[in-house]
Design a protein around this ligand. Structure first.
Ligand code: BGP
Length: 483
């Protein structure tokens, strides 16, 4: 009865993860409309714009032909890419469906058949190799028109538009695809309200009244997708997806401990609490007050609350790259210049070249915290090390730093399984090099497969196997034996 599980389950879903806007390219082919990701530039402006500090609508699609518009041309090379995933032994492949390929403007009644044809082919290609598709319905790529003309997710009309989109893809692929997620990193709106919710702040400041309204509308939309999916096929597994960053209090000072508890609630748990438990957590009122939300403006109906309660998610997908430190008692903060979350540096950890603090034990802690809290299966759907790779003269890429990072995180997952956590699978991020979400550039690479393309768009786009490719192949074959 109390047997320790000392290995990964036999049916463990080993695989890799990508998102349409970061690899497909073909941004305006076969009827696809522009998405919010298509108008973000690359380089340092991208972060500023995605987080809404300096968003200008002049940043129109035509102005930014590269990188998102080209991606790694997966749209034309997906067969070659899936074949490489199959060679590594992938059991599953997580990708997203570009909403604006199916509904170019987002508000049409009839889907674009040409767009669906691409995903018909992509899914069949995966199934040919017994790779289970894992689909993110919406991953930072809402149709641009929904952001520009409707104001993004703060507008309730988006619930209906998303519902149409979700119904079309769930209905079409329900027999072929079992695993789904409704929104990528839904809590990331804290940092990226433009990219995540299509919200453009009016005066450069984040408006949490809009962000909370947008979250509420997304929660309802997510619940409706669960409803549709389960009505179509009760076997479907529909999850939420959160950006999780384990957070530690800087020291034993109760003031820092309390601040950290709030950080954990607000950032890591709030969205999942609603999507998994089906209701707003008790600390919501405290949060609304602290974020200066104008509660009188929030539109939340009784029917919404009933739907949230009824259609909760089946599992919790989450991304995990790093941990954080909460510290509110000093002014001389030793700040990490991470471009995703930033914060106080942890003296016990090293950081990636982009300032993301590397913390495998933090993943074991995350898995325990999440499983304790929700008692639902967990799925690590993103993890990895963004790094600059060097191609040797003979074409080899010795990415031992990546192998090291991933090995330590696999060991941490195994330990969490022994701790009693129910873990379904692992899909490291950017299994093939692709455009970075936060920099919009190619040089921050995560892949097992190298893609010959630089930050300016030069390169042959040829694919090649890094050392980590062969390493991961062995990991999958041995069901997680690191050494
Ligand atoms: C997550 C996103 C991904 C992805 C990843 C790595 O936040 O879901 O889309 O890109 O982070 O981030 P980056 O590309 O900025 O290194």
């Amino acid at each position: 009865m109390f047997e320790i599980k000392d290995k990964f389950p036999e049916n463990f879903l080993w695989g890799g993860a990508t998102a349409a806007n970061q690899l497909e390219g073909a941004w305006n082919r076969d009827g696809k409309g522009p998405s919010i990701a298509d108008v973000l530039p690359s380089g340092k402006d991208r972060f500023v714009i995605a987080s809404g500090q300096d968003f200008v609508w002049q940043a129109e699609a035509e102005k930014y032909k590269y990188p998102n518009h080209r991606g790694i041309e997966h749209y034309d090379r997906f067969k070659e890419d899936i074949k490489l995933f199959a060679e590594m032994g992938f059991k599953c492949y997580r990708f997203s469906i570009a909403w604006s390929r199916i509904f170019p403007n987002g508000d049409e009644a009839i889907p674009n058949e040409k767009g669906l044809e691409f995903y018909d082919k992509l899914i069949d290609e995966c199934l040919k190799y017994d790779i289970q598709p894992v689909i993110t319905i919406s991953h930072y790529e809402m149709p641009l028109k929904l952001a520009k003309d409707y104001g993004g997710w703060k507008n309730r009309k988006l619930i209906g538009f998303y519902e149409n989109f979700a119904r079309v893809v769930l209905k079409k692929y329900q027999k072929k695809v079992r695993y789904w997620m409704t929104f990528n990193e839904i809590n990331s709106a804290f940092h990226f309200p433009v990219m995540s919710q299509g919200l453009v702040p009016s005066n450069g400041a984040k408006d949490f009244t809009n962000i909370f309204q947008a979250w509420h509308n997304q929660f309802v939309a997510s619940a409706l997708a669960v409803k549709i999916g389960h009505e179509l096929n009760e076997d479907l597994q529909i999850g939420c997806m959160i950006l999780y960053a384990t957070s530690y209090a800087y020291d034993a000072n109760p003031v820092n401990q309390m601040a950290n508890l709030k950080q954990m609630q607000d950032f890591n748990f709030f969205c999942a609490d609603v999507q998994v438990r089906g209701k707003y957590p008790a600390y919501t009122a405290r949060m609304l007050k602290e974020y200066n939300v104008d509660i009188s403006k929030l539109q939340i109906t009784k029917e919404d609350i009933a739907e949230l309660a009824k259609y909760t998610v089946d599992y919790i997908g989450f991304s995990y790259y790093m941990s954080m430190v909460t510290e509110v008692t000093r002014d001389d903060q030793n700040v990490v210049s991470g471009n995703l979350l930033g914060g106080v540096a942890n003296p016990f950890l090293k950081s990636s070249d982009w300032g993301w603090q590397i913390d495998p034990m933090g993943l074991r802690i995350a898995l325990n915290e999440l499983y304790d809290r929700y008692q639902k299966p967990l799925f690590v759907v993103e993890n990895g090390l963004g790094a600059k790779d060097v191609v040797e003269t003979n074409g080899a890429i010795h990415d031992d730093y990546r192998i090291d990072y991933l090995s330590q995180h696999i060991v941490a997952m195994k330990a969490a399984i022994a701790d009693g956590v129910d873990l379904m699978g692992y899909t490291p991020w950017g299994c093939i090099d692709l455009v970075s979400a936060s920099t919009g550039e190619m040089s921050k690479r995560y892949g097992f497969v190298y893609v010959d393309l630089d930050d300016k768009g030069n390169g042959t786009l040829a694919r090649s196997r890094k050392d980590s490719f062969y390493w991961y192949q062995k990991i999958i074959k041995s069901n997680g034996k690191v050494k």
